[in-house]
Design a protein around this ligand. Structure first.
Ligand code: PBG
Length: 354
């Protein structure tokens, strides 16, 4: 006993535990080495703060008229539009991979696009037929649909246009009817993407009044007037028709505080979930929204973000799988509960492969 104690004293006596050796101060290099935890794969996985799973992903899907044939979207490599008779089969793969929900976007036949967007409220329109096809085949797959008029207007705007102005309140009336026909068709989540004032409250009131109190609202709450939507407008056919720009209703990319006001209003009006859009260039907004409201918060990695990564990869400048997963985990780190991404299926496959 005594001999043991003496040996311990000998050893401890040589080390000053209060400060450590001068060249190795406590709480700093070289005693602290941040790289220690990064040396092994098991350790990196153990200390990872965020994780991406297929349950974080929503797959946006484009629709077209006709039967049998898919149509490629030229500005979005690997993305096609599906006719209604192929949509159930297309989303089956996403569901099997563990993706919880899809978002449906129609390419409306140009002859059905009008100044007043009547087709938006037609219960037999493309998106309503697709909702019914998806829900019939996959009742447990979430279906999300935009509420906005741009796939249906001859001028490509999300609202009604008169004398060069987008009318707010008149547009909201049409959006409400659009939301109701989509809910009637079986849509689970109504996603107003139009940025009119007051539309979330109006849609909530109408849904509740029609017995759709369980239909959720995912508000495109902070949606910016972005040039990153270019390829999407090709995909839904509004690129050629759009007159002017959307800056009188979508947000100025210069603004962050304003996004918090938009989100606060949509929450007060009854939004169950909110979205920030576009994605990577607006991670600061995403982070602020999540921290301020602690609500289910989604990010949309939009068409232009998808296409630019693909274009660079196509030139051999970026490794596609790596930038895909890196961009998606960045959304999680910034606070997203989920991400709408055209990479959803490819990413879920990569995650399944390990
Ligand atoms: C329609 C809508 C747009 C997007 C989603 N819904 C385009 C726009 O507002 O012009 C863009 C999605 C994308 O770029 O992937 N209101």
């Amino acid at each position: 006993m005594a001999a043991d104690r003496r040996r311990e004293d000998d050893v401890l006596g040589k080390i000053d535990l209060s400060t450590g050796p001068k060249e190795a101060p406590l709480g700093a290099y070289p005693r602290v080495r941040m790289r220690r935890n990064r040396q092994q794969d098991w350790s990196r996985r153990l200390v990872a703060e965020n994780i991406l799973t297929p349950a974080d992903l929503i797959w946006p899907v484009f629709l077209c008229e006709g039967t049998g044939q898919t149509e490629p979207v030229a500005s979005m490599p690997g993305v096609v539009r599906y006719p209604v008779d192929r949509i159930a089969e297309a989303v089956a793969e996403a569901k099997a991979l563990g993706i919880p929900a899809v978002a449906l976007f129609p390419y409306t036949d140009p002859v059905r696009r009008t100044a007043e967007a009547e087709e938006a409220c037609n219960p037999e329109n493309l998106v309503c037929r697709a909702i019914r096809a998806v829900k019939a085949a996959h009742p447990d797959l979430g279906v999300i649909c935009d509420v906005a008029l741009d796939p249906y207007t001859s001028h490509g705007h999300d609202g009604l246009l008169r004398d060069d102005r987008i009318l707010n309140d008149e547009t909201v009336e049409v959006l409400v009817r659009q939301a109701l026909v989509q809910a009637e068709a079986g849509c689970d989540v109504i996603a107003p993407s139009d940025m009119m004032d007051g539309r979330v409250g109006a849609v909530r009131t109408a849904l509740d009044g029609a017995g759709y109190q369980d239909v959720q609202i995912l508000a495109y709450a902070a949606k910016y007037a972005s040039a990153f939507y270019g390829p999407f407008r090709d995909a839904v056919g509004s690129a050629k028709t759009l007159q002017g720009d959307k800056r009188t209703y979508q947000m100025d990319p210069a603004n962050g505080d304003e996004a918090l006001r938009e989100v606060a209003l949509d929450i007060a009006e009854g939004a169950d979930m909110v979205m920030v859009k576009p994605g990577l260039p607006y991670l600061d907004v995403l982070c602020r929204v999540k921290e301020a409201f602690h609500l289910p918060t989604f990010a949309y990695q939009v068409s232009g973000e998808y296409s630019m990564l693909h274009a660079a990869a196509g030139n051999g400048w970026l490794a596609l799988d790596q930038v895909m997963l890196e961009s998606l985990i960045a959304f999680k780190r910034a606070g997203a509960d989920g991400i709408l991404s055209y990479f959803a299926v490819a990413a879920a496959k990569r995650l399944a492969a390990g």
